[in-house]
Design a protein. Structure first.
Length: 454
C-alpha cells in the first residue's frame, strides 16, 4: 500500500473518529490536474491519483435538487485556483487563471467573468447554500465553468471532473437569431434559430413561460429547432440556447430572447344582409339597410353604390342598420355591401352585393272633376280652371244642344266628342305646364278655354 493511500485511509479514520484537522497532500503542479473524482456521501475525493479530504470538516457531496453540491475550495485549490468568501454579500468568489466565477448564497444566477449566468437554466432552485456552516456549491456548474467535462455515474453516484490537462474552454454562448427578441406573431410553431459557435458539438434549447419550462431540448446538432405543435398557447415566452463541446457547456445568453405568441383571431365572417330584400324595389328614398350581427365584429362598414359610383360609405358603425340619409337617392338601382371589422381584421364583403331599386313615386295625378253646361248661349262656364297634370273628368251637361254644339273639340288634346242631351263625360290629363287650352264647337265658333293652373 503506498504512502499516500495509507495517509488517506488514516485521515478517513480520523474523520470517522470525529477529529477536524486534515492536511492536503496534492500534486505540486496543480495546473496539470487531469481528473477529480468525487462520490456522493464520501468525504474523500480523488485528485488524479491522490485521495484527499474534500475539506477539514469531513464535508461530503450531497444531492440537492438533483445536483451534486459540496464545498469547492479543495477542488479549486487542487486546480491552482483561489476561493474567496465575502460574508457581507454572502458571495463565494472562484478564480482560476483568467476565469472568475462568483456565486451568491441562495441566488440562481452566478457571474462568470462579469456576465450573469444561470446556474441551472432548467431549475432556478439550484442555488448555493450553507449546510452545517459549509458553503455548498453545485459542482457541475463550477467545474464546467472552470473548463471541466463533468460526468455523472448515477449507479455509483460518482462525479468525475475531467480537466484533460489542457483546458478546453467551453464554447461561447450562441447568438440567437430568430424569432427576433421582443417579436410577436400568431405562429404557434416558431422556428428558434441561433448561430453556430466554435467548440460546440451540441446545443440545448430551453424555453420558458414565466418560470415554467415549456421545452428543454439538449443534444441538438442543428442550428434551429421548430417548436412542436400543441406546445404554445397565446402568451410570452423566453428562451436560451447553450452550447456544449469538449470544453464544457457555454453560459446561456445573459438576457434570454423573448417572443410573444398572439392568439390567431380570424376576421369576422361577412354579415348576412337582411333588408331591403335583394332586388326589391320601392319608392322609399331613405331606406333602412339592415344586416345580422357576426361573431368577432366590433364595427361595420356600409358601402352603397349606383353602378360603380360610391353613393355612401359609412364605417365604424356599431348598430345593425343604417338609414340612408334623405336627398341621397334618386330613382334607380343600387348595390350595397356590409363588411365587419374586429380584433381579427375585416371580413370580406358579400360575394354578391344586394341590390334594390328606388322608384319615383307614381304621383297619382290630381283627380279633378269639372262641370259645364251646354247652353244656347254657349258653354257655361266658358272658362274652366284645371290643375297642371291633373286627371280631369269633364262632365258636360247637354242642356241646350244645337247642331253647332253637338260636338265639342279640344284640338291640343286631340279630343273630339259628340255631345248629347244629359251627361257627357270626357276624361283627359291636363298639360303638365301652366297655360290655356282652348276648346270649341266642332265648327270652332262657340269657344271656351281651360286655364291650366300650376
Ligand atoms: Cu257652331
Amino acid at each position: 500500500m503506498n504512502m499516500r493511500k495509507g495517509l488517506a485511509f488514516t485521515l478517513s479514520l480520523a474523520i470517522a473518529a470525529g477529529c477536524m484537522w486534515v492536511p492536503s497532500v496534492l500534486p505540486a503542479d496543480a495546473a496539470s490536474v487531469k481528473t477529480i473524482v468525487l462520490r456522493v456521501g464520501d468525504p474523500v475525493m480523488q485528485v488524479d491519483a491522490v485521495r484527499t479530504f474534500i475539506d477539514a470538516t469531513g464535508a461530503v457531496p450531497v444531492i440537492i435538487q438533483g445536483r451534486t453540491m459540496l464545498p469547492v475550495r479543495a477542488i479549486v485549490e487542487a486546480l491552482g485556483g483561489t476561493v474567496s468568501w465575502d460574508a457581507g454579500r454572502r458571495a463565494v468568489g472562484v478564480v482560476l487563471g483568467a476565469k472568475t466565477v462568483e456565486l451568491i448564497i441562495a441566488k440562481s444566477m452566478a457571474t462568470v467573468n462579469g456576465t450573469s449566468v444561470a446556474i441551472d437554466p432548467a431549475n432556478a432552485l439550484v442555488v448555493p447554500m450553507i449546510v452545517k456552516a459549509r458553503t455548498m456549491l453545485p459542482v457541475r456548474f463550477v467545474a464546467e465553468q472552470l473548463g471541466a467535462a463533468v460526468d455523472w455515474a448515477p449507479a455509483t453516484q460518482v462525479v468525475t471532473l475531467d480537466f484533460g490537462g489542457t483546458t478546453i474552454l467551453p464554447p461561447a454562448a450562441p447568438v440567437l437569431t430568430a424569432p427576433g427578441d421582443g417579436s410577436s406573431s400568431t405562429d404557434k410553431t416558431p422556428s428558434l434559430g441561433w448561430n453556430a459557435v466554435d467548440g460546440a458539438a451540441t446545443y440545448r434549447v430551453v424555453l420558458h413561460k414565466g418560470t415554467d419550462v415549456v421545452l428543454d431540448k439538449p443534444g441538438l446538432t442543428a442550428l434551429s429547432l421548430s417548436v412542436p405543435a400543441g406546445l404554445l398557447t397565446a402568451g410570452t415566452y423566453s428562451w436560451t440556447v447553450t452550447a456544449t463541446g469538449p470544453g464544457g457547456t457555454s453560459v446561456p445568453q445573459a438576457k434570454p430572447f423573448v417572443f410573444t405568441v398572439k392568439e390567431l383571431i380570424l376576421p369576422p365572417a361577412a354579415p348576412v344582409l337582411t333588408a331591403p330584400g335583394d332586388r326589391s324595389s320601392s319608392t322609399d328614398k331613405t331606406p333602412s339597410l339592415g344586416w345580422n350581427a357576426v361573431d368577432g365584429a366590433a364595427t361595420y362598414r356600409v358601402v352603397l353604390r349606383r353602378g360603380t359610383d360610391v353613393i355612401l360609405d359609412k364605417s365604424g358603425l356599431t348598430a345593425l342598420s343604417l338609414t340612408v340619409p334623405a336627398g341621397l337617392l334618386t330613382a334607380g338601382t343600387y348595390g350595397w355591401t356590409v363588411t365587419a371589422t374586429g380584433p381579427g381584421g375585416t371580413s370580406p364583403a358579400q360575394a354578391k352585393a344586394f341590390t334594390f331599386t328606388v322608384k319615383d313615386p307614381v304621383v297619382q295625378p290630381l283627380a279633378q272633376t269639372v262641370e259645364m253646361h251646354v247652353k244656347y248661349s254657349g258653354w257655361d262656364p266658358a272658362t274652366i280652371h284645371i290643375k297642371a297634370g291633373a286627371r280631369v273628368t269633364w262632365n258636360i251637361w247637354g242642356d241646350e244642344i244645337t247642331s253647332c254644339t253637338n260636338r265639342i273639340i279640344v284640338p291640343s288634346l286631340s279630343i273630339s266628342q259628340a255631345l248629347t242631351a244629359g251627361k257627357n263625360v270626357i276624361t283627359f290629363t291636363a298639360p303638365s305646364a301652366a297655360g290655356t287650352v282652348p276648346f270649341s264647337c266642332w265648327m270652332g265658333m262657340v269657344r271656351g278655354q281651360f286655364i291650366v293652373d300650376p
